[in-house]
Design a protein around this ligand. Structure first.
Ligand code: KIV
Ligand code: ZN
Length: 390
């Protein structure tokens, strides 16, 4: 029997309802947010970032109602580094059995310019605001926004201040999706080595996907010692999105041999929540999206279909059932071979003798050359023309 120690467990922090909803056009209704939160809770997400309570009355109501309805997950709200935001956040999350305040400030030179704060003034503000949040709850997360582009010495200094002020989780955001896996890992390692008290808190990784590396960067951070991954369903999020929950969770499951870390996610719920988030956000999932795309478990070419019919492991590294699908799909098109056609026809109740199949296959190839995908109705019409069906 294997047991999971704190060292092996990676917490999944879902921010579909906060960072995901910040995607232009992805606004969800109050009831839709409650429904998604219930699905996240049920699938085993450790922390749900339910919204940004000061952003609007609607966000406040959604976070409070999610907090009231939550069963297992920690419910977190976002707040900027000021007392008004933090108090409003607390008013919303306090109804949860396990509430969390997540407060942040941009620490990179670009952000310090915008806020017109000196390094010292910002350090004081971090101390005051994290201490204020900690007086409200013992579950406080702090983020130095744009951490990746923050000077390393300053990053170490402000992380130390946040820990001393009572933060229990330190999140390291790659706000603009700028980092690469090696650097993502190096920063976590550096913080763990250099910051006093770092061993007493959980380090989180929060990656955006502007260069298509959000999943790789998050996993690299975990290998370096981060134990919380911030992510969203379908990778929904600002610009090119955030780390996709389904990608990191399945990567940790499928490659447990080289990344021996566990999550608490029931992966069979992945497909259901992916479809629902796509519906309510209005963001379609690209066909070739890893894990949840329409083609992620579909094989059209003859060689692949033949291999799949003989042994599914030839062309699939995970079982479709593990993410909640009923099985692999072998769509018929111009690249398909005789074996897949025979299997499909048998499935439809038309077993074929070899010579009959030969004739039907020629007709099928002719049709497939003219049509992107050949559906069941096309096959029935084709069988009728060949005199193989009534
Ligand atoms: O990307 C980011 O920096 C954020 C913070 C608010 C954590 O979403
Ligand atoms: Zn973000």
């Amino acid at each position: 029997m294997t047991t999971t120690s704190k060292q092996d467990r990676v917490l999944i922090f879902d921010t579909t309802l906060r960072d995901g909803e910040q995607s232009p056009g992805a606004t969800m209704s109050h009831n839709e947010k409650l429904e998604i939160a219930a699905m996240l809770d049920e699938m085993g997400v450790d922390i749900i970032e339910a919204g940004f309570p000061i952003a609007s009355e609607g966000d406040f109501e959604a976070v409070s109602d999610i907090a009231k309805a939550s069963k297992n997950s920690v419910i977190c709200g976002l707040a900027r580094a000021n007392f008004k935001d933090i108090d409003r956040c607390w008013e919303a999350v306090k109804h949860a059995a396990q509430p969390r305040i997540h407060t942040f400030i941009g620490t990179s030179p670009l952000h310090r310019d915008i806020t017109a704060l000196s390094m010292d003034a910002m350090a004081d503000q971090i101390h005051e605001t994290v201490s204020h949040a900690r007086n409200l709850t013992d579950n406080v997360q702090w983020s130095p926004m744009d951490a990746i582009r923050t000077e390393h010495d300053y990053l170490c200094r402000v992380v130390e201040i946040a820990i001393k002020a009572g933060a229990t989780t330190i999140n390291i955001p790659d706000t603009v999706g700028y980092t690469i896996p090696r650097e993502s890992a190096d920063i976590i390692r550096m913080l763990l080595e250099r910051v006093p008290g770092a061993d007493d808190v959980i380090f989180a990784t929060h990656c955006h996907n502007d260069l298509g590396m959000a999943t790789a960067n998050a996993l690299a951070a975990v290998e370096a010692g981060a134990r919380q991954i911030e992510c969203t369903i379908n990778g929904l999020g600002e610009r090119a999105g955030n780390t996709a929950l389904e990608e990191v969770v399945m990567a940790l499951k499928v490659r447990h041999d080289v990344m021996p870390y566990d999550t608490g996610i029931d992966t069979t719920k992945i497909m259901g929540i992916s479809r629902r988030v796509s519906q309510v956000s209005g963001f379609p999932v690209q066909f070739n999206k890893a894990i949840v795309g329409k083609n992620a478990f579909a094989h059209e070419s003859g060689i692949h279909q033949d291999g799949m019919l003989k042994n599914k492991e030839t062309f699939e590294i995970m079982r479709p059932q593990d993410i909640g699908l009923s099985g692999t799909s072998l769509p018929l098109g111009k690249h398909s071979g005789r074996a897949a056609l025979r299997a499909k026809l048998e499935d439809m109740g038309y077993p074929m003798a070899d010579n009959q199949l030969k004739d039907v296959f020629v007709r099928f190839k002719d049709l497939a050359d003219r049509k992107k995908e050949v559906f069941d109705d096309d096959l029935i019409a084709l069988l009728r023309d060949a005199g193989a069906a009534d």
